[in-house]
Design a binder for this molecule. Structure first.
Ligand code: PHE
Length: 338
């Protein structure tokens, strides 16, 4: 390739004019290929230097070198200038109006019963209890016999208990959480401090105060020197944590086959006494059936309905509200608006 000064100057002028006219970064990209890159006329002229004689090579080398340097610096300046302009446009057009109202997306949330269950779990874990669990499909022996509920006890009849076929399998849907007491005592040595929240079943029609599927929370303590005073103190703590510090509790004599003595626990809340749950000292027969050394240990147990607790606490008058899952009910607990 023959080299010609005028031609080099012309190529330089073409390159500078193309660069100065580039409208945007895309156009500049093509200009880089055409006028700056390895295939550009000036790059080719540079490659052709090798075929020149030494004197000519020095002269043209300088000329081409200067031309390429000024193309490069013009390109650099233009590129910076176009990038700045693009950034400015982006900053102006992509700005966010932080004063616009947000679109609320309802995330769903926990059912009030679940919230209550978690609250109860927390307040007992806080005083050193563990959470115990058991199956909802329970053996008749654990649900009744081990709890000293004899075969002719009314709770066992078809009216109250969901028996599971085949009847010979002796399985029931647990009618209370008390079988978890037995499971716990059979599986771990005292001292035992547990609560067991869970689902329970009784053959009732759904109405304003009953539901065939409901929830209880059971408490069980087995340790040395446990007395009814410990039971009363624990129920006081429980009641005050749930219903507020002004609530009072009272024990009323009652009967459960698995506790002796037994009591109903009432709370004084919103100006009246309300029955809350059952409790008592764990019957010695039950302790013996579970292999607990009754010379060394004694214990107490209590059990309450969670639906009932929720209804009393929040003045809910119809069980349907709790079980039907209408979102307007749960939202009134602040659920799903987070
Ligand atoms: N399991 C009893 C019930 O369902 C409640 C209870 C639990 C009573 C523990 C005493 C002790 O009615």
């Amino acid at each position: 390739m023959a080299l010609d000064k005028a031609q080099i100057e012309q190529e330089l002028a073409k390159a500078l004019s193309a660069i100065s006219q580039a409208a945007d970064l895309d156009a500049l990209k093509q200009i880089k290929i055409d006028f700056v890159g390895d295939k550009s006329p000036l790059a080719k002229a540079n490659q052709a230097l090798g075929s020149l004689e030494a004197t000519q090579r020095a002269e043209f080398g300088k000329l081409i070198g200067q031309a390429r340097a000024s193309v490069n610096s013009a390109f650099e300046l233009k590129s910076n200038d176009l990038s700045d302009k693009r950034d400015l446009v982006a900053l102006q057009t992509e700005k966010v109006d932080v004063s616009l109202p947000v679109r609320r997306v309802l995330k769903g949330g926990l059912h009030p019963l679940t919230i209550l269950t978690n609250e109860i779990a927390d307040l007992f874990i806080g005083i050193g209890y563990n959470i115990a669990e058991g199956p909802e499909l329970e053996s008749e022996w654990l649900n009744f016999d081990a709890l000293n509920i004899p075969a002719d006890h009314p709770a066992r009849t078809m009216q109250d208990t969901f028996f599971i076929e085949p009847i010979e399998a002796k399985l029931v849907l647990r009618t209370h959480t008390s079988p978890v007491q037995i499971r716990t005592m059979l599986n771990q040595k005292p001292p035992i401090y547990v609560i067991c929240p869970g689902k329970t079943y009784r053959a009732d029609e759904l109405d304003a105060t009953h539901t065939p599927v409901f929830h209880q929370v059971e408490g069980l303590v087995i340790d040395e020197n446990i007395t009814m005073a410990d039971l009363k103190g624990t129920l006081d703590y429980f009641a005050k944590s749930i219903f507020g510090k002004n609530v009072q509790t009272r024990l009323r004599p009652s009967f459960f086959p698995f506790t002796e003595p037994s009591a109903e626990v009432d709370i004084f809340f919103n100006g009246r006494w309300i029955e809350w749950g059952g409790c008592g000292m764990v019957n010695e027969k039950v302790l013996i059936a579970c292999g607990v050394d009754t010379k060394k240990y004694s214990g107490f147990a209590f059990g309450m309905g969670l639906e009932r607790t929720l209804m009393v606490k929040h003045g809910i008058t119809d069980m349907h509200d709790i079980v039907e899952g209408d979102v307007r009910f749960t939202q009134s607990f602040g659920v799903g608006i987070k």
